[in-house]
Design a protein around this ligand. Structure first.
Ligand SMILES: Cc1cc2nc3c(=O)[nH]c(=O)nc-3n(C[C@H](O)[C@H](O)[C@H](O)COP(=O)(O)OP(=O)(O)OC[C@H]3O[C@@H](n4cnc5c(N)ncnc54)[C@H](O)[C@@H]3O)c2cc1C
Length: 318
């Protein structure tokens, strides 16, 4: 039997069980969200014992060095002593703006307490007072604006989105954790064509990336494909049309399914025109993100030039 040691209690691990599964089975109160190794909400620290490689996949080097790991991906090979990842210090932020920007998208602005270092396009995790955690992408340049802009899609039974819309008030404090993710702009891409594709609030990180690229005088062409089921599911349309008119190298292409638009084929037609140079950013619905990534790769794009954030739904509906 392998054992997990946490807060002076010993838990017997079942075969093939992850650290998170073991803790939840024992009704230990731990934070988690996607359970797929993406959102990093369940980060913990190993204080003794070996970590399997998978438990640290995708984490930044400083986290790996400090033996931080993802509890949802960690099936220990032997006994493991763990503790909370205190160095992933959660920050406080004040809700400063709340506005519906379409029939189902809530724009939220948070003012972080102190400096919150992040790149537009990365994501953070909001933890509400009921200890519910959900990841959201950063849609603006926080260092310049002094606040964090998020686009929250409202789900009918959505625990966090309903709480944010109906219960959270201007002036309330929320806890934020992060940032994480490598879907962001760097000036190394300056001369390359950039293609961005997203569905729904997958636009949030892409909007942050586009505004940053334009502000940094990006030289290559930037093309945004925003997929929606119906016209009313698009948002920031005037804003994006304005940028399209203002900047010669930026094109905004809405792809509305009910109007005959086809996001995937529109993206692919453009993407493969310059396979070696193009940088491809794709975010939003996980199935569409994964389908587009595979098609881009099979079409000849190198995986290192594809940056993606699948918006995996939370598996925690508490
Ligand atoms: C890296 C990352 C970045 C993300 N960025 C954003 C972002 O910028 N904006 C944003 O709105 N969301 C984003 N998400 C998704 C977000 O974290 C939540 O999962 C989502 O908002 C639902 O949370 P909720 O509490 O409102 O609904 P939940 O309580 O989690 O779900 C309630 C019900 O809503 C339905 N539902 C939930 N999610 C989906 C979905 N994706 N598709 C279809 N039905 C669904 C399901 O029926 C579910 O049972 C991101 C996720 C990840 C992993």
């Amino acid at each position: 039997v392998k054992y997990l040691y946490y807060k002076s209690t010993r838990y017997a691990l079942q075969e093939h069980e992850t650290v998170l599964e073991c803790l939840l089975r024992q009704q230990v109160d731990v934070l988690y969200s996607c359970k797929s190794g993406v959102c990093q909400t369940c980060l913990m620290k190993a204080s003794d014992g070996e970590l399997p490689e998978k438990a640290q996949a995708g984490l930044k080097a400083t986290y790996v060095q400090r033996k931080l790991f993802l509890a949802c991906q960690c099936v220990p090979s032997g006994d493991l002593k763990i503790e909370n990842a205190d160095e992933v210090s959660d920050a406080k932020a004040v809700l400063v703006q709340k506005e519906m920007i379409s029939h189902n998208v809530l724009k939220l602005c948070l003012s972080p307490d102190g400096v919150f270092e992040c790149e537009p396009g990365q994501y953070l995790t909001i933890i509400n007072p009921n200890n519910v955690a959900r990841s959201y992408s950063i849609a603006n340049n926080v260092a310049e604006d002094g606040f964090i802009e998020l686009h929250i899609r409202l789900h009918e039974q959505g625990v966090m989105s309903k709480w944010l819309k109906d219960s959270a008030e201007i002036g309330d404090n929320v806890t934020i954790r992060g940032p994480a993710g490598n879907c962001f702009y760097t000036s190394e891409y300056k001369n390359y064509p950039i293609i961005l594709a997203g569905t729904g609030t997958g636009l949030a990180p892409l909007y942050g990336i586009i505004k940053t690229a334009l502000a940094r005088h990006h030289q290559g062409a930037i093309t945004l494909f925003h997929g929606a089921l119906r016209n009313e599911d698009l948002y920031l349309v005037d804003d994006l049309k304005g940028l399209d008119e203002q900047y010669g190298n930026f094109s905004y292409v809405p792809c509305v399914l009910s109007e005959g638009g086809d996001l995937q084929s529109s993206v692919m037609d453009n993407l493969l025109a310059d396979k070696t140079a193009t940088r491809f950013f794709v975010c939003g619905d996980a199935d569409i993100v994964n389908a587009l990534k595979s098609k881009a790769f099979i079409g000849g794009l190198s995986m290192k030039n594809i940056y993606s954030d699948p918006f995996l739904p939370s598996s925690n509906n508490q």
